[in-house]
Ligand binder design. Structure first.
Ligand code: ADP
Length: 399
């Protein structure tokens, strides 16, 4: 006979009279508590976050499955052990700080830190610690929920690297365009200077003063040639930079550039709509360079619409012409100023106070070096559409 049924029959526990209804309530309450405990234990065990607890001496008292996956220690290896193996040597005092705050009954809010895996590798984690309180209200331990943010951190690092690469390339392109425009612009006056100085040299007489002046003119010729050489070699150095072209999905490339752009921001993103035709063929491109083209066009369009809260920017990609992918960037801004409309793609064409006027000429040189073309048309009822087309890749397998 079970003890419960014995009590039920006798109605007496340790000399006290207990009525059957009370007894049923106690039994029901006990089994509810038992069920709650099991439910909680299974939630802790199956959580994706590491949940661990320790006593106030810092000895581990519980260790769930996710803790094992995250830190690499089996439950049997760590229960009853101090937690320091999880701490990088330079963060050991973090635990003392957590423990003293917990002793004061504080919850140590979510903060990001570094812990160690069993194999010694560093883990980026976000951690929350709270006190474990006994039925008597005494703080008897610490429970910690630890979330692995290594992948998130890694993705952030990658994003930062790509952004830096894009900024670097943008400066490089700008420098290339400046050098090449300077070389072009300075070539003519330098050649003229050289011809004049040579002519002056030829007309010199044979007096001592003429001979002296002739020496100065020779030096001027040498220096002018040197100036021309410096500009030419700068241009050659920039033109020689390597590009890597691979078959790419244009939709992904354009989407990535919007994500990577430090310029676009949330406000700009709200104005932008993308319309990419499904199943577009791949294009053979240097991805970062084409992103540069898109970002220049997007930046110009957003700048043109900066005082227009309802401005819309549509980036579309399709196949209007066989063998090419066509991309268009349409805005609803004020349209092109008449003074720049005819020479948009020439360097140093700008209507902006702080503009360099090389963005569109860089776009043109990138698109044309890919065997494509770039042009603009008016948008209706207002604004501008910039179009560029790129040849589709012969090899239709993404690298
Ligand atoms: P920058 O932006 O430094 O002026 P760009 O070569 O990128 O150099 O642009 C040249 C000029 O073309 C701009 O100054 C502007 O006048 C005009 N422009 C470019 N895009 C747009 C646009 N979407 N709407 C109106 N004007 C534009």
């Amino acid at each position: 006979m079970s003890s419960v049924s014995a009590v039920r029959q006798q109605g007496v526990i340790d000399g006290l009279r207990v009525d059957n209804a009370d007894l049923s309530r106690v039994i029901a309450e006990n089994s509810r508590l038992q069920a709650d405990r099991l439910y909680l234990a299974s939630m802790v065990e199956t959580s994706n976050d590491a949940i661990i607890s320790m006593d106030m001496m810092g000895l581990v008292t519980s260790w769930n499955r996710a803790a094992w996956c995250l830190f690499g220690y089996e439950k049997s290896e760590i229960i009853g052990q101090p937690v320091p193996p999880l701490f990088p040597p330079d963060r050991l005092d973090e635990e003392d700080e957590i423990r003293s705050r917990i002793r004061n009954g504080e919850v140590v809010g979510q903060y990001e830190t570094v812990r160690l895996h069993k194999d010694g590798s560093e883990l980026q984690v976000s951690l929350m610690a709270s006190p474990i309180v006994s039925a008597e209200g005494e703080i008897i331990g610490i429970s910690k929920i630890i979330h692995d943010i290594s992948a998130q951190r890694h993705a952030q690092e990658e994003l930062r690297t790509l952004q830096a690469e894009l900024v670097h390339l943008s400066r490089w392109n700008m420098m290339g365009m400046m050098a090449s425009s300077l070389a072009h612009e300075l070539n003519q006056p330098l050649t003229a200077m050289l011809n004049y100085v040579r002519a002056a040299r030829r007309t010199m007489g044979t007096t001592a003063a003429d001979t002296r002046a002739g020496e100065f003119l020779d030096k001027a010729i040498t220096e002018t040639k040197l100036a021309g050489g410096i500009i030419r070699s700068l241009r050659e150095f920039i033109d020689k930079r390597e590009t890597t072209r691979k078959p790419e999905d244009i939709g992904n490339v354009l989407e990535d550039s919007l994500t990577l752009s430090l310029y676009v921001g949330a406000e700009g993103r709200d104005k932008i709509e993308t319309r990419f035709a499904p199943g577009l063929p791949l294009v053979m491109i240097d991805k970062v360079q084409i992103q540069q083209v898109l970002l220049n066009l997007v930046r110009n369009a957003l700048e043109a619409m900066k005082d227009m809260p309802d401005g819309r920017l549509v980036i579309a990609a399709g196949t209007d012409e066989p063998g090419f992918i066509a991309v268009s960037v349409s805005d609803t801004g004020p349209g092109l100023a008449p003074e720049v409309a005819g020479r948009l793609f020439q360097p140093f064409t700008t209507t902006k106070e702080t503009g360099m006027g090389v963005g569109l000429s860089i776009c043109q040189s990138i698109v044309e070096s890919h065997g494509g073309k770039i042009w603009s048309t008016p948008n209706t009822p207002q604004g501008v559409i910039f179009h560029f087309k790129l040849p589709v890749a012969e090899d239709q397998h993404a690298a």
